[in-house]
Ligand binder design. Structure first.
Ligand code: PLP
Length: 370
């Protein structure tokens, strides 16, 4: 019986993706072992944070790093670090940054909500978010002309949530930051390449530990040594209510060590999703096919097209029935408005594709016979 079922909570089958609302990732045995062993022992936390910084540096190619409890905390802590540096008096004053250079420039189409708002995370870190340009069009001039002596940093958000066209590129925004000798921060929370933005020359890069890395609830910041030292020092200030525990840091380190060893399991994904499609082939009103990820990543999802006139229910109705059942099954639903649901094989535990197929079959056939 699953741990959560034992507590009396509904069993969740996650076929949606790395969703915070569903518990982000299910970690490997190696990561789970690190969490357990760290939780049952003691360590000098400052020493561990510095050591974790060196591990983060090794795997990202950055000078140094700082563990966090998530990418959202990474935004707040990075913001505080570019405002206070390593000045303890200022660190203890945050998030009150009155009189300091505290403005963080963000392109308007990147001022997103990832489950909470980027701008709010900046404010928690004592920053004042300055949105530039328009929601669908930002010129280099908009960025340039927003820079004043109050500017603390430029922040770029690399995310599928952001507007993908009409924004200035990461390279252009970084070039402007460098011309003005301002730190350039990248929020790359869900990205899979842990080295790309450091290699390009970003000063500070933020990742989630529970997304591509498949670690525990955690995050990391990597970048220039002086900023990483200032980031770690924020745990004496604004970082304290968002501290990451010894277990989280241990799990993060274990996940980083495993990451380069992870093999591409595209063939296995296709095999599992084909099995699911075959199981649904005789259900009237459903058409199931295998589709590669829109962004070209090695993710192969089963796409279920629902024809309501034949299936007897819409894709939205099917989605609702699946989510409110027990087990609760969560599918990807970006295209539910055009009748499409997808099964993401990455977060599925062994054999769960069979449960999904039989539940979909049962719900649709029940609807058709009533
Ligand atoms: C998920 C996400 C975050 C927050 O990450 P957590 O690790 O859950 O705190 C921040 N920014 C972006 C773009 C995200 O996608």
């Amino acid at each position: 019986m699953s741990f959560f079922s034992q507590l009396g909570l509904r069993k969740v089958i996650n076929a949606s993706g790395k969703m915070t609302a569903l518990g982000a990732s299910a970690v490997s045995d190696e990561v789970a072992d690190a969490l357990k062993r760290a939780a049952q022992d003691y360590v000098d936390i400052d020493e561990m944070m510095e050591f974790a910084g060196s591990v983060i540096a090794e795997y990202t190619g950055a000078e140094d790093g700082c563990p966090t409890c998530g990418a959202a905390a990474g935004i707040a802590i990075s913001t505080a670090s570019v405002i206070t540096g390593k000045n303890l008096t200022l660190i203890e004053k945050m998030p009150d940054s009155e009189g300091l250079s505290n403005e963080i420039i963000i392109q308007k189409g990147q001022q997103i909500h990832f489950g909470a708002s980027i701008a709010q995370m900046v404010r928690i870190g004592g920053g004042k978010p300055v949105e530039v340009g328009n929601a669908n069009k930002v010129e280099a001039d908009h960025i340039e002309q927003a820079i004043t002596e109050k500017t603390a940093a430029l922040l770029y958000i690399k995310s599928h949530h952001a507007v993908q066209k009409g924004m200035q590129s990461l390279e252009t925004m970084m070039k402007i930051a460098k011309e003005h000798q301002l730190p350039f921060i990248v929020d790359a929370a869900a990205e899979e390449d842990f080295q790309a933005y450091i290699r390009m020359g970003a000063d500070i890069v933020i990742y989630s530990g529970g997304k591509a890395l498949e670690g525990p609830t955690s995050g990391l910041i990597c970048g220039k040594k002086k900023w990483m030292e200032a980031c770690r020092m924020q745990y004496k200030g604004v970082g304290r209510p968002m501290k990451v525990g010894k277990e989280g840091v241990a799990g993060l380190i274990a996940a980083l060590k495993q990451y380069p060893l992870k093999e591409d399991n595209g063939d296995e994904q296709i095999e599992r999703m084909t099995k699911l499609a075959d199981a649904l082939a005789d259900v009237k009103g459903l058409h199931c096919s295998i589709k590669q990820d829109e962004a070209g990543r090695a993710i192969y999802r089963a796409q279920i097209q629902v024809d309501p006139s034949k299936a007897g229910m819409t894709a939205a109705e099917l989605l609702h029935r699946l989510e409110s059942g027990n087990p609760a099954i969560f599918l990807r639903h970006h295209y539910v408005n055009v009748g499409i649901l997808s099964v993401d094989p990455r977060p599925l535990l062994k054999g769960q594709e069979d449960i999904i197929a039989s539940e979909i079959k049962r719900i649709v056939k029940e609807g058709q016979s009533s």
